[in-house]
Design a protein around this ligand. Sequence first.
Ligand code: ACO
Length: 338
Amino acid sequence: MQSNDKSRHSCTCSIIGTGSYVPVRVMTNDDMSKIVDTSDEWITSRTGIKERRIAAADEATSDLASNAARKAMEAAGVTAEDIDLIIVATVTPDMFFPSTACFVQKKLGATNAVCFDISAACSGFLYALTVARQFLNSGARKTALIIGAEKLSSLINWTDRNTCVLFGDGAGAVVMRCSDAENAPGRVLSAVMGSDGNLADLLKVPGGASSCPITPENVESRPNTIHMEGRETFKHAVTRMCHAADQALTMAGKTAKDIDMVIPHQANARIISAIADRLGVPEEKTFMNLQKYGNTSAATIPVALDEAHRSGRIKRGDVLLMVAFGGGFTWASTVMVW
Ligand code: ACO
């Protein structure tokens, strides 16, 4: 699926504010090595991750999401009443239902919003961004709050060293609006999305839902935690993200040389290096913060975007390439001008 604002619409969708939030508790690689047979050296060399944040027991995904959202709304200069669409991308909702977006609505007092969640794993934020653009471009909604938020610590099997070292908790949010100004800052130029359900088994949480409810018989095998074929996931991630990035660049009328900053999904430093290499983008034009947070799934890109903006790593007019890959498999890429 591909979309390009300019091809069909006269208005321009722009991100007008960003925000992020991570829980206060830091869990280092050394802390991990006290739980499972691993080491700081192994985790750092294989993934680039040094530490991750873990939410408190009474902190739900909607709490992380609301904290990030308040910062994005403040940056955008909009009130809770202004928001008429809330989309939360997450695979760790507060509950099966109501949606996490409804809990966020309640916490923000955003009474005018229509609210729903999107499940596309690590690609969720870019999927949500594209869905929100359809609402804004069509004129159906005016001000969208788009959030990627995860409490992945709630899905971790803390006895599985293959997966438990990789993930963390956090949330990032953006406020998006449509304007008639062709050169509005924060404007999206292009977006591509794709999925391949044939590869669903490579990365999943198999239990706890309708196909495999938790029972006294299966609870010991922890089906309600993350199961992953790491090497296969790695290979597909690199191939798909490179392809999606190429497509999004072409659609935007840009080449790799035009990119000022790549903001990739933060899963593994080796995946990010492989993508940068294949695209021909130098390291200094690749944003990485996974050393601090690990893989926070749908939250990685909006958290990285917010940090890149607030730290001055990106400035107005920069061409940004965002690219993600995750369970499903799903993938997505967006090119924008900051
Ligand atoms: N500490 C120490 N040893 C470990 C650990 C650990 N935490 N985890 C695995 N090992 C061991 C394995 O048991 C194996 O030992 P063996 O050879 O004796 O069997 C050895 O290390 C190598 O294991 P591999 O899985 O082959 O290691 P690999 O180099 O592939 O790295 C990793 C594993 C980091 C998971 C990598 O495959 C990866 O990053 N894959 C991408 C997965 C990912 O990021 N998923 C997130 C969701 S999808 C996404 O966001 C893109």
